[in-house]
Design a protein around this ligand. Structure first.
Ligand code: MLT
Length: 386
């Protein structure tokens, strides 16, 4: 038997699995109530409109006339239709046959890499969402990390003179919250086209972008010639446990659109009717309002955390387009050192920058929490003696 040696290149555990164990241990040992601001998992129950729509859909499955089996390979038209409308509102023209409904961004960030040859060269600006890079390591690709810096708000600049087959960009970034401007994205699009690369654009947090900002790479000229966009309903609708998202493979990318369809045929049986009906409720005035309310709730949480960090004179990425706060460790502390200090002294779980494949002294605080826990966490941080 020959196993895949590339697993040996990964850390022993996925960072959020490691954190879950840490929280479990701390909950047993600590006298403080542990507040988990580690993994970015939504905490509020689903808005009623999404839960009601799924309840109706579930009931349909119990009747002969409305029962459904396998969903259409690339998703139900009622959902794809809503997605097309959403793109039009965001300034991009996407057609239904360019959309593939998926079970979310995490799996897709690795799945799309299967369209390309084995051992390709893949660029990841870091800090980055680790699942995307790890999937490429597992596929045996040559993964190259491009460190970004605080002076640029961690927004990467194209490495002119070097070439890659795939370039992963995430905006607003997980973990730093930095959102690309039109011109910043245009520079990556021009670079990708001139070096024959494909951009894999992770837009999992795109609904968190402030109005007036760029919510899709396809709003930028030239993007359909070089970019695949991956989106998810997890963070915007609270669907981390429901699972639904979509991937856009433009027809301008030639064979990639049909190959993607072929890949799904071989590898995926689609997303449940119930999940897709729930997601489609977003494309109604009531659904949009409910989702926006949740997004603003989490962004307000992030602002509350920032007040406490300011009091401590700690640097943080002041993005208004993100549910994450990326914080510089106090002088002399590593990312793990600060994360441990927050857990031991404040009972707060955070994610060290190491988890985002970044060699810098930062931690990420997730604002996906209840207001009560965020206020409690902010007070504990403000009272910390550094
Ligand atoms: C995070 O960044 O916290 C992720 O969304 C968790 C994950 O899906 O791995």
């Amino acid at each position: 038997m020959k196993i895949n040696d590339d697993f040996g290149k990964l850390p022993a555990d996925y960072v959020f699995a490691e954190l879950a164990e840490k929280v479990k241990r701390a909950r047993k040992l600590s006298e403080k109530r542990i507040i988990d601001l580690g993994i970015g998992d939504v905490k509020l129950p689903l808005p009623k409109i999404f839960a009601d729509e799924m309840e109706k859909a579930a009931k349909e499955t119990g009747k002969k006339e409305t029962f459904r089996g396998y969903p259409p390979q690339s998703g139900y038209d009622f959902l794809k239709n809503g997605i097309v409308g959403e793109y039009a509102r965001d300034g991009a023209e996407i057609s239904e046959d360019e959309i593939f409904v998926t079970d979310g961004a995490k799996s897709e960030l690795g799945n799309v890499a299967e369209l390309f040859g084995k051992g390709i060269k893949v660029l990841f600006p870091v800090p980055c969402y680790p699942a995307a890079a790890e999937s490429n390591v597992i596929l045996g690709n040559d993964v190259v990390y491009l460190p970004t810096d605080r002076e640029n708000d961690f927004i990467p600049v194209p490495p002119y003179g070097k070439t890659f087959d795939l370039i992963y960009l995430c905006s607003p970034s997980n973990p730093t919250g930095g959102a690309f401007s039109y011109l910043q994205l245009k520079s990556w699009i021009d670079y990708a086209i001139s070096s024959n690369a494909v951009i894999i654009y992770d837009g999992a947090y795109s609904r968190f972008v402030e109005s007036g900002g760029v919510r899709t790479i396809y709003a930028v000229k030239g993007a359909k010639n070089c970019a695949i966009e991956i989106r998810s309903f997890s963070k915007s609708l609270g669907f981390t446990g429901i699972r639904c998202g979509f991937t856009v493979v433009p027809k301008e990318l030639g064979d990639l659109n049909s190959l993607y369809k072929r890949r799904i045929g071989a590898r995926f049986n689609g997303v449940s009717y119930i999940s897709q009906r729930g997601a489609a409720a977003y494309f109604t005035p009531e659904g949009r309002k409910a989702a926006e309310k949740r997004i603003n709730f989490y962004k307000t949480n992030a602002s509350v955390l920032k007040i406490a960090l300011k009091k401590q004179n700690l640097w943080y990425n002041n993005s208004c387009s993100s549910p994450y706060v990326f914080v510089k460790s106090p002088d002399g502390l590593s990312s793990d050192g600060f994360s441990d200090l927050l857990l031991d002294n404040c009972g707060i779980c955070s994610t060290p920058a190491r988890g985002f494949l970044f060699d810098g002294n930062y931690v990420r605080l997730s604002a996906f929490s209840t207001r009560e826990d965020i206020f409690e966490a902010a007070e504990r941080i403000a009272d910390l003696r550094l």
